[in-house]
Write a protein that binds this ligand. Structure first.
Ligand code: FMN
Length: 466
């Protein structure tokens, strides 16, 4: 594992490797803007080297994180995300405990990551205490910054294999014991990612009972709350991420009722202005999933008030998020992630462009191709996270069509980019991130909906009040 990590680290940080690559046959990106490329290397190299934080709490707090997403937040995506934001916390896709246990001779494939990905959280899924404990012990050697247990995934694929994901919310005692086993087998903090409820077990008090029980039985001090319930039958996983209504009021009530616990809000947050609005309302931290990968705003209405153009984004059935209309859409993955360091962590703005990010990613991608055997990974897997980089920009449609063709015959990321990027105008490739106009944060949630304070454990025999 360490040699793979060292190679990657070298590829990202070593000046000589970067210079060397730069001297090689240049491709379209470098050709046109070599001076910018050089400047970017020095600023981005410094940026990464100084700011990537280490395991064991030496980093910046988890104010903003990118959600675990199966088949999406793999190593390739996380590398790209880290080139755009150095401070965002990154979650892995869920790795099933049994996979880790049964593949213990082949663990790099599932658990290795480049050190530039810190701070990074491993999400584990499972329902067998022994396997969860063993998987954590094995994963501990990889120095993740936190270990998270999936209690929110309603996917049939997962839920069908016994008591996994959101189904675990039916058994808070088990989750408490699982978290205790996980915590005793690793050196880092542990957390739970859950829904606000499951099926008809969806009252605020039942959610509190769940939290209370887990906290009473384990050292868990961080919960990520996907603020909609999961329905275990009748809805597809995708519908389960859209249909049950968001109830942010549950999340904000947890802050009130469990002041010792850290809570991250998740679900339906589509751009950086909404992240800021949540933090301003008191959220400890915010997790964004689809909007950090491929999704723009959900529903937009255009309004005009006293001559000021506004756009309204549907936030929950009863509330709208209102922002000033800006000439460029601010809710795209590039803009969302790209704004995190300055807007959320207060870092000084580094002006870099997508062309520069692609330069870096190409070096990474070409060093990864075929690393685990022929076509493992293949071009398609490495290119996949790039496909949303030009979301809603001129040339995006053509670039995607070209990408689709190029993925069939290109053998390197370099040739892939050479062949496809001509579809994107230079003005887009070289634009840096827009500055968010002040005052874009709108009303976040309706305080009149807050449930009354949590009284006591409602499940007979479940809780021992601490
Ligand atoms: C393709 C996809 C895969 C997902 N896989 C996981 C997963 O492995 N573990 C998990 O806890 N949540 C998973 N989720 C749910 C997200 O982590 C997140 O909770 C959900 O998308 C709501 O956040 P969002 O509205 O910001 O996207 C997945 C979501 C998507 C879109």
């Amino acid at each position: 594992m360490s040699s793979a990590i060292n190679n990657l680290r070298a590829a990202f940080f070593s000046h000589s490797i970067l210079t060397c690559t730069y001297e090689k046959k240049s491709f379209i990106i470098r050709n046109r803007f070599s001076h910018q490329f050089k400047r970017f290397h020095s600023s981005m190299g410094k940026h990464l080297a100084h700011s990537n934080t280490n395991v064991n709490g030496e980093g910046l707090p988890q104010l903003f994180s990118v959600a675990p997403m199966m088949d999406w937040t793999d190593n390739h995506y996380r590398t790209l995300a880290r080139l755009i934001s150095i401070h965002a916390w990154l979650y892995t896709e869920m790795v099933v405990a049994e996979t880790i246990v049964h593949q213990k001779d082949n663990l790099d494939r599932f658990l290795a990551f480049s050190p530039i990905q810190h701070p990074i959280v491993l999400q584990i899924g499972g329902s067998n205490l022994k396997n969860l404990a063993k998987a954590t012990e094995l994963a501990n050697a990889y120095s993740y910054d936190e270990i998270n247990l999936n209690c929110g995934c309603p996917s049939g694929k997962v839920a069908g294999h016994g008591c996994f994901g959101a189904r675990l919310m039916y058994d808070p005692k088990f989750v408490g014991d699982a978290m205790s086993a996980i915590a005793s087998n690793c050196d880092v903090p542990v957390s739970v990612k859950c829904r606000i409820g499951v099926d008809d077990r969806d009252s605020y008090n039942e959610l509190c009972d769940f939290i209370h029980t887990v906290v009473s039985r384990s050292p868990t001090a961080h919960f990520i709350i996907h603020a909609r319930k999961a329905l275990l039958s009748g809805l597809s996983p995708a519908e389960n991420r859209n249909v049950p209504p968001l109830k942010y009021e549950y999340y904000f009530s947890l802050l009130r009722d469990f002041p010792e616990i850290r809570f991250t809000i998740n679900g339906g947050i589509t751009c950086i202005s909404q992240v800021k609005a949540s933090l301003r309302e008191g959220a400890h931290s915010v997790m964004v999933g689809r909007a950090a990968y491929n999704k723009s705003v959900i529903v937009v209405r255009y309004l005009e008030l006293d001559g000021i153009k506004l756009l309204a984004v549907r936030w929950s059935p009863k509330s709208y998020f209102v922002a000033m209309l800006s000439p460029k859409p601010l809710c795209s993955p590039w803009n969302t992630l790209g704004q995190v360091d300055s807007e959320i962590y207060g870092a000084s703005r580094i002006h870099f462009s997508r062309r520069q990010v692609l330069e870096k990613y190409q070096i990474y991608g070409d060093s990864e191709l075929g690393k685990y055997g022929p076509n493992k990974p293949n071009i398609r897997q490495i290119v996949k996270p790039l496909l949303h980089l030009f979301h809603s920009e001129p040339g995006n449609g053509l670039w995607k069509r070209k990408a689709d063709t190029a993925m069939r015959h290109c053998t390197t990321i370099e040739s892939f980019l050479e062949e496809t990027l001509e579809a994107i105008p230079d003005s887009v490739l070289d634009s840096t991130l827009p500055i968010i106009p002040p005052g874009e944060e709108g009303v976040f949630f309706d305080k009149t909906l807050l449930p009354p304070p949590y009284k006591s454990c409602q499940v007979p025999g479940l809780c021992v009040r601490v």
